[in-house]
Design a protein. Structure first.
Length: 147
């Protein structure tokens, strides 16, 4: 199982050189993400139906972007997608993978109480848009040899 880190631990690790991979959709990423994060979505909305569907290129794009021994922080909105992605990466042979509990938005219980605080609510550095070199379009271009 991948190790689990809080958002504040993730920020400290990011400052030490760990890459933060945001596995949310490109739209969620553009609306706001941890500063310095790179977007490689695990799920993307189907253009025809709008329903979320698996990104069939997720693992290939991870492999073309990061070495198997790269220190990685995997985050999403609350921690579910990122846990799934982290397990997939460990199964693929990635050795230094951590799931960011609480993700960007924070995990709440059925009563609305915060279980794991999120990045944004914790006042950690946030940016918006599709930063050059870290947007999913740039990841795809690099993987396909277009950049």
């Amino acid at each position: 199982m991948p190790k689990q880190v809080t958002v504040t631990e993730a920020l400290d690790l990011q400052k030490q050189g760990h890459a933060y991979v945001d596995v949310r959709s490109t739209g969620e990423f553009a609306a706001g993400h941890p500063e310095g994060a790179i977007n490689i979505p695990l799920l993307e909305p189907d253009p025809r139906t709008g329903q979320m569907q698996p990104n069939p290129e997720f693992l290939r794009h991870m492999q073309t972007t990061f070495a198997a021994d790269a220190p990685l922080l995997i985050g999403c909105q609350v921690g579910g997608r990122s846990q799934r992605a982290a397990v997939m990466l460990k199964g693929l042979g990635y050795t230094d993978v951590a799931n960011v509990r609480g993700g960007f938005g924070g995990l709440r219980d059925a009563m609305g109480r915060v279980v794991d605080p999120g990045w944004a609510d914790s006042g950690l550095p946030v940016e918006t848009g599709q930063p050059a070199g870290r947007s999913y379009a740039d990841v795809v271009a690099k993987a396909d040899g277009s950049s």
